[in-house]
Ligand binder design. Structure first.
Ligand SMILES: C[S@@+](CC[C@H](N)C(=O)[O-])C[C@H]1O[C@@H](n2cnc3c(N)ncnc32)[C@H](O)[C@@H]1O
Length: 391
C-alpha cells in the first residue's frame, strides 16, 4: 500500500483523531499516488498513524478512516461502519422515519452522505476516494436497510473540486418522485430529484420540535426562509392564529402548501419573496409577531465570504428584533461552519444595541443528533441556532 509520511509536528493532531492531512503537510510518498487509492499514513519517523485514501489534486489530500493499525480500510470495514451507523440511529428515538444515516466524518466514513426517507435512501459521494467504494456502499445499504429504492444525488461541488464523475438518479430499485415521511406528528412531502439538499432539512428536526414549546394558541408567527414549511407547520399545529411562511423558491412553497393540506391544517400564508425585502416591508409597516424564526441558507461558503455574510446576518437580526413583540421570541440560524455561534451572538448583540431592544438567550439548538460532529473538528458543527426572548 502507498506509504505517506507527514511533516514533523503534524503527528499529534492525527493521533488526536483529526482525520484530515492537507497536501502541504505531506513530507514524502513511497511512489506517485493514484487518485483515490488507499494509503498508510505515518509520522516523519515512520510510526503508524492511520489508514485512509488520497486525492493528490485537492487541498485536503488524505482522509483517514481508521486510526487502528489492526483495522485497515477494506470493504468489510466500510460495511461494518454502515451497520454501526444504522445501529446508532436505531438507538436515537428521533421520532421520525426520516433520518441521516451516514454523516461523512461524523460516522467515520468521510465523503459519504446517506439520508433515509421511510423505505427509500438518498446517497451522495463527496470525495473521489469514497466514490471508489460505491459498489460496497450500495451493497451494504441494501443489506442494512432493505430499502425499496436508493437514489443518488449528484454533488456538483464534488465534481468540480474532487473530479468525481457524478451521477444523478435511482441506483437501486425504484424511487418515486414524491415520498411522504413523518416527523413527530406531522407529515412532509419529499421530492428527492427536485428538492434542496437530499430533499429535506433533516438537521433542523430538534429545532422544529423546540419551536412548539414557544407557540401559544392565537399567536402570530413568522417562518422566514421557510423552504417546505418546517417551522410554519409546527407553529400552526400548536394553534397559532396567523402564520406567514416566506421563501424565494416557488417549488419549495408549492410543496409547503401540499404539506399543509396533507396535515389537515389551513390558514398558513405562503409568500414568495426575497426575505430581506419582505422583512424590510414588514418592519416599515410596523408589523409585530409573537414568534419569528429566521433560517437562511449558507451565506458564507468560504472564509472570504464571512464579512458580507455578517452584514446579511446583522440586517436579519435588526429586522427580526424590530418585528418581534415584547415578550416574543426570535430564532436565528447559521448553517455555514464559517459563521460560528460566536458570530451569531455578536451580531445579535450589535442588533440589540442598534434597535434598542433588550434580549435574553433562552436556548441554543444545533444540528440534530443523527448529524454527529467530530470533537477535533469544530467546523463539523455546522448548524447553530440562537433563540432569544425580547424583554
Ligand atoms: C436552510 S433552508 C430552510 C429550511 C427550513 N427552515 C426547514 O426547516 O425545512 C433555507 C431556505 O432559504 C431559501 N432562500 C434562499 N435565499 C433566499 C432569499 N433571498 N429569500 C428567501 N428565501 C431564500 C431557500 O429556498 C431555502 O428554502
Amino acid at each position: 500500500m502507498l506509504q505517506v509520511r507527514v511533516k514533523p509536528g503534524i503527528e499529534d493532531r492525527i493521533r488526536g483523531f483529526f482525520p484530515w492531512v492537507y497536501r502541504a503537510e505531506i513530507a514524502s510518498l513511497s511512489r506517485k499516488p493514484k487518485k483515490g487509492e488507499l494509503v498508510v499514513v505515518r509520522d516523519f519517523g515512520g510510526k503508524f498513524l492511520g489508514y485512509g485514501y488520497i486525492n493528490p489534486d485537492v487541498s485536503i489530500a488524505i482522509r483517514i478512516l481508521s486510526f487502528d493499525k489492526e483495522e485497515p480500510v477494506t470493504p468489510e470495514l466500510i460495511k461494518k461502519r454502515i451497520r454501526e451507523a444504522y445501529d446508532y440511529r436505531k438507538r436515537l428515538y428521533i421520532n421520525s422515519n426520516a433520518f441521516r444515516l451516514i454523516h461523512s466524518e461524523g460516522d467515520l466514513l468521510p465523503g459519504l452522505i446517506v439520508d433515509v426517507y421511510g423505505e427509500y435512501a438518498v446517497l451522495e459521494f463527496t470525495t473521489y476516494g469514497m466514490n471508489r467504494f460505491r459498489e460496497v456502499v450500495l451493497e451494504a445499504l441494501v443489506e442494512t436497510l432493505r430499502p425499496k429504492g436508493i437514489y443518488e444525488k449528484a454533488n456538483l461541488t464534488a465534481q468540480k473540486v474532487e473530479g468525481i464523475k457524478v451521477r444523478e438518479g435511482p441506483v437501486y430499485g425504484e424511487v418515486p418522485d414524491e415520498i411522504v415521511i413523518w416527523e413527530h406528528d406531522l407529515k412532509y412531502l419529499i421530492n428527492i430529484p427536485e428538492g434542496q439538499k437530499t430533499g429535506f432539512f433533516l438537521d433542523q428536526r430538534n429545532a422544529r420540535k423546540f419551536v412548539r414549546s414557544l407557540v401559544e394558541p392565537g399567536d402570530r408567527c413568522l417562518d422566514v426562509f421557510c423552504h417546505t414549511g418546517g417551522f410554519a407547520l409546527n407553529m400552526k399545529k400548536m394553534g397559532a392564529d396567523e402564520v406567514i411562511a416566506v421563501d424565494i423558491s416557488e417549488p419549495a412553497l408549492e410543496v409547503g402548501r401540499k404539506n399543509e393540506e396533507l396535515n389537515g391544517l389551513s390558514g398558513i400564508e405562503w409568500v414568495q419573496a426575497n426575505a430581506f425585502d419582505y422583512l424590510r416591508e414588514l418592519d416599515r409597516r410596523g408589523e409585530k409577531f409573537d414568534v419569528v424564526v429566521i433560517d437562511p441558507p449558507s451565506f458564507a461558503k468560504n472564509k472570504h465570504a464571512v464579512p458580507n455574510a455578517l452584514r446579511g446576518y446583522k440586517e436579519l437580526c435588526v429586522r427580526g428584533l424590530r418585528i418581534t413583540r415584547q415578550g416574543g421570541y426570535l430564532a436565528i440560524f447559521s448553517c455555514s461552519f464559517h459563521i460560528t455561534e460566536q458570530h451569531l451572538l455578536e451580531v445579535l448583540t450589535q442588533a440589540s444595541y442598534d434597535v434598542r431592544r433588550q434580549v435574553r438567550v433562552i436556548a441554543k439548538t444545533f444540528q440534530d443528533k443523527d448529524h454527529p460532529w467530530i470533537l477535533q473538528m469544530p467546523n463539523t458543527l455546522y448548524l447553530k441556532g440562537i433563540w432569544v426572548e425580547v424583554v
